[in-house]
Design a protein. Structure first.
Ligand SMILES: Cc1cc2nc3c(=O)[nH]c(=O)nc-3n(C[C@H](O)[C@H](O)[C@H](O)COP(=O)(O)OP(=O)(O)OC[C@H]3O[C@@H](n4cnc5c(N)ncnc54)[C@H](O)[C@@H]3O)c2cc1C
Length: 282
């Protein structure tokens, strides 16, 4: 049975790596397949995501994998941790799930895993979750993000009907990270170079002359620039909350465990401060 969008379902699936491809120097594609994808569905949202599970090195879990049992029987430090990745493509006919990973150095779990994983290896994941697809009744669309949001932005652009009005801004480290997106919409590629993540994106979106009419926006990536763009969209331009999909996908200096644990409070604080007109959260 197809799963409904929203939060990622908590029952893990097992998949095998079918193939990998280095799309650009810092973006690795990993295609998953196998029996475990039977019944998987990811076609209602363009930001569908899955949560990959990584156990600590040296820890093996009983078969079949049962998260509830692990949580009941293993000490907390041996529980698997999760890493969230957008469904760049789902092909139900071939039962193939495509994920694109930013290769951001030696730190972390998922980035280094994607850089070295080989066909045939097994991976566990939960999902999909998801919440956004471009609203066809909007007059225009704004899509803005760094490379972590590129898979979702690309999928959204590819879903837009011909003639839909969209302004898309993607910040990447340099020209070698640009990708071909199968869409008529023009993508403005911003090259970070030595600047802090998000700075080029903030300048570009601030410089945009916002068209008339109802906007539907998708803004994701590193948490600090997302916070600033939220201020522009919600506070200065008074875009209704329901017309914005906006959140930090990751936070500089924090791994996903730390960021996800703090995210709810971070979002609540920013919302309270921005909407009461006070100082921004640090
Ligand atoms: C809904 C959702 C969808 C996402 N989709 C994608 C996707 O399709 N592709 C993708 O690559 N990411 C995506 N992300 C972001 C991804 O989950 C995080 O970047 C995650 O932290 C990467 O895990 P890691 O194990 O590689 O690094 P972690 O162990 O989480 O972090 C280690 C260190 O690396 C830094 N770091 C983490 N991510 C980046 C980055 N992108 N660039 C530079 N430094 C980084 C951290 O700040 C930390 O200092 C998504 C996040 C969410 C919430």
């Amino acid at each position: 049975m197809a799963e409904r969008p929203g939060r990622a379902p908590r029952k893990p699936r097992t998949a095998q790596v079918v193939r990998t491809e280095r799309l650009t120097p810092h973006m690795q594609r990993v295609v998953l397949g196998g029996e475990g994808l039977t019944g998987f569905a990811a076609d209602t949202c363009t930001d569908h995501y899955v949560k990959l599970l990584f156990g600590p090195p040296g820890v093996t879990y009983p078969e079949p994998f049962d998260l509830e049992r692990i949580r009941a029987e293993f000490p907390r430090e041996q529980w698997p941790v999760t890493r969230t990745y957008t469904v760049r493509a789902w092909n139900p006919e071939h039962r193939e799930l495509t994920l694109d990973f930013v290769i951001h150095g030696d730190e972390g779990l998922a980035g280094p895993w994607a850089a070295r994983v080989q066909p045939g290896e097994t991976v566990l994941f939960m999902g999909p979750g998801g919440a956004y697809a471009p609203d066809p009744s909007a007059d225009w669309h704004l899509l803005a993000g760094d490379e972590s949001a590129l898979p979702a932005i690309a999928r959204a652009l590819e879903s837009l009907p011909a003639g839909a009005r969209a302004h898309a801004f993607v910040e990447v480290s340099g020209p070698g990270e640009e990708q071909k997106i199968d869409s008529d919409a023009e993508v403005v590629w911003l090259h970070r170079g030595d600047r802090p993540v998000g700075e080029a994106l903030l300048d570009a979106v601030h410089a945009l002359e916002f068209p008339q009419g109802r906007l539907h926006a998708f803004v994701h990536g590193e948490a600090s620039f997302v916070k600033e763009l939220r201020r522009l969209l919600r506070v200065e331009l008074q875009i209704p909350r329901e017309d914005l999909s906006i959140s930090g996908y990751w936070r500089l200096g924090h791994n996903e465990d730390g960021w996800q644990a703090a995210k709810r409070e971070w979002n609540a604080r920013i919302e309270a401060e921005q909407e009461s007109g006070g100082a921004a959260a640090a």
